[in-house]
Every structure is written in structure tokens, then in C-alpha cells.
Design a protein around this ligand. Structure first.
Ligand SMILES: Cc1cc2nc3c(=O)[nH]c(=O)nc-3n(C[C@H](O)[C@H](O)[C@H](O)COP(=O)(O)OP(=O)(O)OC[C@H]3O[C@@H](n4cnc5c(N)ncnc54)[C@H](O)[C@@H]3O)c2cc1C
Length: 404
């Protein structure tokens, strides 16, 4: 169990040295997809992280964490985000962090014993299976996966469906699966439930890891396509109330978007650092570095301002969630989701441009971030949906009702 709480600044310093001294040196293995070497090396780092008291910082102390408030965890998330390996090393990675939250808030005692505690200790991993290849994920109520009772109330759940982009399904011990359980419920948002499905359950199949921008992926670094073919789990594997799936998903996504956006700010800071280092040392002619060119200076200045603005927005949203709960901050959370994803996109693109040909090789981390974080503008709701949420709120004051 973790000891008394340390000052946040000390934790942030520790996180920075962890990233610089232990994780950045492992990044070439990630860039080359040399998972056989990367995975054991990361496990060794994770053991040291536990001893150093940086393990699962957002979890309460009785689950082995440090019980950081969301706004404090956001600051730490930025430090860890400077490397694509940071969150995994400290056991605060998606999708486990969201599933831990769901289990803490809605798990029964038996579910906590079986899933939450081993997940908190990092003995198992998990995934979240909601999106389906055949339906627009942007409209989450449009689901074809079903879970029906076999033998009336108290009978097993039998799940049929097809999911994809279940991040980290490869090697996960269980999936949190969103399925329609109440097709006749009058309100579409009351028709689905969440179920805990062990990946060894009969009828569960990991079809493949989806190739993403040229990377095959493996283990935690993967996105799985899944089939559920009369997949059977006992009645007690329902997570939260029947028909409560969307309400739970909404709760999961509020803090989750703070985690993602602060991680992106960390990545953007890293990209800006790489951009400035290159601009300062790459010479167009003796004594004339790239940094002497006004175009490059403008990219640096724009990046600095955009990252700082993004951080302020996210910290304000995190404080609102800490104070008033996730539902109260819905508009702020949508605003940061598209705004910060855009900042990351632009900063990484500028950093690549400053690196010239080197920028498109796998010899710097920039290409990995560019390939894998292009998706930031898509996952957890595409930009356009979040912009509509913000516009709906703004236009309400002008008497305009818009549908999303
Ligand atoms: C890297 C990555 C990881 C992911 N991890 C997970 C995971 O772990 N679990 C999981 O269940 N899912 C996961 N997803 C899926 C993700 O949540 C969906 O991709 C997302 O919700 C969008 O759904 P879609 O891909 O079906 O796009 P669609 O819904 O088909 O939308 C396509 C495009 O249409 C536009 N669009 C959509 N709606 C609107 C609108 N209302 N107004 C205007 N334009 C619109 C947007 O530009 C959007 O990008 C992941 C996806 C990625 C890329």
C-alpha cells in the first residue's frame, strides 16, 4: 500500500525522470515493433514504478494508488504523456483506467474481488468493446450486439455480435462489452447494458489485431476485432443496472477525456521540444540554424501558445469535474476533446516539417505519434460530434435547438 501523500511537485519530478531516463531509451523498440524485447523491459520498469510509489496514481490508496484528485492526476498525465510508454509504465493506461473506474463505482463485491483487485495490481489487463464495424460508432445507440437471458431472470447472458477497435484486447483477461439487452425500452439510451466477459468464455473470439498505419500491433499496443458467438456468461456478470450501459459509458468518458487530453499535451510538449532542439542545431549554412528562419519561429510560437491554452482549458475542465461531477462538465469536456486533439495534430505536423526527411523516418518518436495519434480526432467521439455538443450549448442562448 502507498505511504502518506507526497507533494505533487515531487511526484511530477519523479515522473519526468522516469520518462527521460527509463522510457525514452526504450522507444526505439516500440518504433521497430520489437515487442519481444519491449514487453519484458517494460515489466521491469513497472516493478520499479511500484517500489517508487508511482503506481496507478489515480486509484485510492486501498487499491494501491495515491488517490490523486483528477486535476492533480491531469498534471501527472502530462508528464507521463511525454513518452507513448509513460501511462502504461505507471499503470494508468487506457482502456484499463476507464474499466477500473467503472468497477470501482458500479462493480458488485464479487466483481471487485474477481476483476477490480487483480486489474488494480496489474496482474491482468482488460479491454472495452463497444464500437462495431457495421455501424457508425458516432451514434452509440446504433448497436447490433445483443445479450439475451437464457432461462429467464437469473439465467446466463448469451451474447452475439461483432466488435472492433477494442484497444488492447490481445492478452486481456476480460472485456467490458456493450450489448443491447432491452430492445423494447422506450428510450434508446436505456436499451443497452455492460457485461463483464472473460476472454476465455465460450464463444469469445479475438479475430485479429487490426493493422493501424502500417503497424501490426501486439498486446497492450493493439486494437482488436472481436466476435461473440453465443458467448455465455453468468447472470452476475452484468455490470451496473440492466439498461444502464449508456449512463455508465457517459460517466467513464468524462474523466477518460481528461486523461487523454493531458496525455496529448505531454506528447505535444515532447514534439515541441524535438522541434526546438532540431531548429537550434540543424544549420542551413555555418552559423545559420533553422531557428533563424521566421517561418520556424512562428511554428514554435504558435505551438507554445496553443499548448499553453490547451492546458488551461483541460485543467479548468478537470477542476469542474472534481467540484461538480462529470455530467456538469459535459460541454467543457467536449471542448477540450476536439481542441486538444487539433493542437496535437498541428504541433506534431510542424515538428515533422522542421525535421525534414528525418521527420518521416522511424528514427525519431514523431512518426509514431503522428501515425497513432491521428486517431485522437476520431476515438472517444470524432471532432464533429464534440463541436456539435459545444455549439448546441452556445446556440441555446440564441433560442436555437440543434439535434446531435
Ligand atoms: C485508435 C482507436 C482506438 C479505439 N479504441 C476503442 C475501444 O477501445 N473500444 C471501442 O469500443 N471503440 C474504440 N475505438 C472506436 C472509436 O470510438 C470510433 O472509431 C469512434 O466512435 C467513431 O466511430 P466510427 O469509427 O464508426 O466512425 P463513424 O461513426 O462512421 O464516423 C465517421 C466520420 O463521420 C463524421 N461524423 C460522425 N458523426 C458526425 C456528426 N454527428 N456530424 C458530423 N460529422 C460526423 C466524423 O468525421 C467521423 O470521423 C477506437 C478507435 C480508434 C481509431
Amino acid at each position: 500500500m502507498a505511504g502518506p501523500r507526497r507533494p505533487l511537485d515531487e511526484t511530477l519530478r519523479q515522473a519526468r525522470s522516469l520518462v527521460e531516463d527509463e522510457l525514452v531509451p526504450l522507444e526505439p523498440l516500440l518504433l521497430a515493433e520489437r515487442f519481444d524485447e519491449l514487453e519484458p523491459a517494460l515489466e521491469r520498469v513497472r516493478r520499479r514504478v511500484r517500489e517508487a510509489g508511482l503506481w496507478a496514481p489515480y486509484l485510492p490508496k486501498d487499491l494501491g494508488g495515491s488517490g490523486l484528485a483528477l486535476a492533480d492526476f491531469a498534471r501527472l498525465s502530462e508528464e507521463l504523456g511525454r513518452s507513448p510508454l509513460g501511462h502504461y509504465a505507471c499503470h494508468c493506461q487506457a482502456p484499463d483506467v476507464g474499466n477500473l473506474e467503472l468497477l470501482m463505482l458500479h462493480g458488485s463485491e464479487a466483481q471487485k474481488e474477481r476483476w477490480l483487485r487483480p486489474l488494480a495490481r496489474g496482474e491482468i489487463r482488460s479491454c472495452f468493446a463497444m464500437t462495431e464495424p457495421e455501424h457508425a460508432g458516432s451514434n452509440p445507440v446504433h448497436l447490433a450486439t445483443t445479450a439475451r437471458r437464457d432461462g429467464g431472470d437469473g439465467g446466463d447472458w448469451v451474447i452475439d455480435g461483432h466488435k472492433w477497435f477494442a484497444s488492447s484486447a490481445d492478452g486481456a483477461a476480460f472485456a467490458v462489452v456493450m450489448a443491447t439487452t432491452d430492445p423494447e425500452a422506450p428510450h434508446p439510451y436505456r436499451r443497452a447494458s455492460m457485461l463483464l466477459v472473460p476472454t476465455v468464455a465460450p464463444g469469445f473470439r479475438l479475430v485479429r489485431n487490426l493493422p493501424v498505419m502500417g503497424d501490426a500491433g501486439r498486446g497492450w499496443f493493439s486494437h482488436g476485432e472481436l466476435r461473440f458467438e453465443e458467448c455465455r456468461v453468468p447472470a452476475e456478470n452484468l455490470l451496473g443496472p440492466q439498461g444502464g450501459g449508456f449512463a455508465l459509458a457517459q460517466e467513464r468518458l468524462g474523466p477518460g477525456r481528461i486523461h487523454h487530453t493531458m496525455r496529448w499535451i505531454g506528447l505535444a510538449e515532447r514534439a515541441l521540444h524535438e522541434m526546438c532542439s532540431r531548429a537550434a542545431t540543424r544549420e542551413l549554412a555555418p552559423g545559420r540554424p533553422l531557428a533563424s528562419r521566421q517561418a520556424v519561429q512562428h511554428w514554435i510560437a504558435e505551438s507554445r501558445a496553443e499548448i499553453d491554452a490547451a492546458r488551461l482549458l483541460v485543467l479548468e475542465a478537470a477542476r469542474k469535474i472534481d467540484r461538480e461531477g462529470a455530467p456538469a462538465a459535459r460541454v467543457e469536456v467536449s471542448a477540450i476533446k476536439f481542441f486538444v486533439a487539433g493542437v496535437l495534430d498541428r504541433v506534431v505536423d510542424r515538428a515533422i516539417q522542421v525535421h525534414g526527411a528525418l521527420g518521416v523516418t522511424d528514427l525519431t518518436v514523431l512518426s509514431y505519434v503522428y501515425r497513432h495519434e491521428r486517431a485522437a480526432r476520431i476515438y472517444d467521439g470524432p471532432d464533429e460530434v464534440h463541436k456539435s455538443v459545444v455549439a448546441r450549448r452556445v446556440l441555446k442562448d440564441y433560442g436555437v435547438e440543434i439535434e446531435i
